[in-house]
Design a protein around this ligand. Structure first.
Ligand code: NAD
Length: 497
């Protein structure tokens, strides 16, 4: 039986699967039923220390391994992911609840990223350039950083780790991976596949658990760089700790994504696209559409249609092929969503549909919440400003394009946004004016492709990008090389004749 068919995750340190020092465990629950699913190590600082030491020991050999050879292991990884896609998807649905079509997509994203980045093993381009001196060569190359720390959330348990681990490895870094406490099984399955593909011991290490090992990883003096995806609150703390140690940190954090809908939009398309963007992954996507900014003329019909679709969504266990929306990841997350809906009501928003817990027959122990549409939302309300991370979408009104841009930009986050219109002038103005890392035209706010940069502006990120070739900049540093073959002293900027 392969490692990821069992429901007990282990840490993976220096090529060995092991429990936490002291044997503490986190008990895992299937969010669709509330039933116990398995367990994982509740690691502490000592486990992180062992993992960082293993990564440091493995680094000299790994960085000396030619990048095309490193990439061969990644190609094999992608092939194994393709072969195991269905079982990985089923495991992930049981672990964090999203429907099978989406967990298949999550694995597919890891496959796409791994194939894409493995190609960099034969590129990792630097450049050559003329020197200002005769008989002098000048070029620059990328160099790995050392052992890097990877900290991830639970909503894309395989895609997000792949966005970080695969580029880190092809660039010649070793990795200590601390997944979210809710999704250690998917994390262990991904690591097991890299092991099976031939990754040498110590190059990738897994330490399961919650914020304690997360903090220990960020503070460990042996960690050369941290790549973090999660909430803005935690990300900013991670950034402060990294700043104190003077190490690089790449942050992907929260979002409050908005779609603008103009009078000339195709309402059928808008309804399909926004139902998917708002309620896909039960609204637990960093790019989920949480605000719709509509013109006064189109708003009533749009609210009716969105509410009708929300009412008819089949909510249940993500393993059931008929299910369109699964549960929230945990009871705590459901309580948070419920609290926000209460806040919205208190602030004067109108609950058009949903607004409360659901208990589908036979699934009463699961963490379900009804797809919810709030109307008459105003820009200053907390439900219009804060990330809810659940199946709740608020509809706001804007009379002009300029007002719509102000609403979209009037939050602390800047991950993704969209505009629905047939007017090419309005679309181009949106692309120019909206301050987010991703802009869609005639599409919802979700759905990134791995070969384009992914990330956000303002409180969503700190300028780094994942995906695209831009991710290589997070995991390498530049070295400039000068080779003087003139046989005499040539001083730059001084010896000009
Ligand atoms: P979270 O911030 O609670 O946790 C993220 C990770 O950080 C987990 O592994 C957690 O154990 C760890 N952690 C917690 N405290 C820590 C600390 N003090 N030091 C170090 N590590 C610590 O986020 P979550 O609930 O797992 O995920 C949801 C959040 O992730 C949402 O805000 C969502 O928008 C964001 N997210 C962002 C992106 C993006 O690309 N921008 C993608 C997915 C999710």
């Amino acid at each position: 039986m392969s490692t990821f068919e069992v429901t007990t995750a282990r840490n993976y340190i220096a090529g060995r699967w092991t429990g936490a020092t002291g044997g503490a465990v986190v008990v895992l629950h299937n969010p669709a039923t509330g039933a116990v699913l398995g367990e994982a190590p509740a690691s502490a600082a000592a486990d992180v220390d062992a993992a960082v030491r293993a990564a440091a020991d493995a680094w000299p050999r790994w960085r000396a391994t030619p990048a095309p050879r490193r990439a061969e292991i990644l190609y094999r990884t992608a092939e194994l992911l393709v072969r195991r896609k269905e079982e990985l998807a089923r495991l992930m649905t049981r672990e964090m609840g999203k429907v099978l079509a989406e967990t298949r997509g999550d694995v597919q994203e890891a496959i796409d990223m791994t194939y894409f980045i493995a190609g960099e093993g034969r590129r990792l381009h630097g450049y050559t350039t003329p020197s200002e001196m005769p008989r002098k060569a000048a070029y620059c190359v990328r160099q790995p950083l050392g052992p890097v720390g990877v900290i991830t959330p639970w909503n894309f348990p395989m895609a997000i780790p792949s966005w970080k681990i695969v580029p880190a490895l092809v660039c010649g870094n070793t990795v200590v991976f601390k997944p979210a406490p809710q999704t250690p099984l998917s994390a262990a399955a991904f690591v097991a596949i890299l092991e099976e593909a031939g990754l040498p011991a110590g190059v990738l290490n897994l330490v399961c658990g919650g914020d304690e090992p997360g903090r220990a990883l960020v503070e460990h003096p042996g960690v050369a760089m941290v790549s973090f995806t999660g909430s803005t609150e935690v990300g900013l703390q991670v950034a402060a700790r990294c700043a104190a140690r003077g190490v690089r940190v790449s942050l992907e954090m929260g979002g409050k994504n908005a779609a603008i809908v103009l009078d000339d939009a195709d309402l059928d398309l808008v309804t399909d696209a926004l139902t998917w963007a708002a309620f896909g992954t039960t609204g637990q996507r960093c790019t989920a559409c949480s605000r719709v900014v509509a013109t006064p003329a189109i708003r009533p019909a749009l609210v009716d249609r969105l509410a009708d679709r929300a009412r008819r969504l089949r909510v249940g266990d993500g393993l059931d092929p008929a299910t369109e929306m699964g549960p929230l990841v945990s009871d705590a997350q459901r309580a948070r969503v419920e609290q926000y809906v209460g806040l919205g009501r208190g602030e004067g928003a109108r609950v058009v549909v949903g607004g409360g817990r659901l208990a589908p027959p036979g699934l009463e122990g699961g963490f379900y919440f009804a797809p919810t549409v709030l109307d008459e939302v105003r820009p200053g309300m907390r439900v219009a400003q804060e990330e809810i991370f659940g199946p709740v979408v608020g509809v706001l009104e804007a009379r002009t394009l300029g007002e719509a841009f102000e609403v979209v930009n009037g939050v602390r986050y800047g991950l993704s946004a969209s505009i629905f219109t047939r007017d090419v002038f309005a679309a181009h103005r949106a692309i120019e004016e909206i301050r987010t890392g991703i802009v869609y035209v005639n599409h919802g706010t979700t759905g990134a492709e791995v070969h384009l940069p992914f990330g956000g502006m303002r409180d969503t990120g700190n300028g780094h990008r994942e995906g695209g070739l831009q991710v290589l900049d997070a995991f390498t540093e530049w070295k400039s090389v000068y080779i003087d073959y003139s046989g005499r002293l040539q001083r730059a900027q001084i010896d000009r004749d």
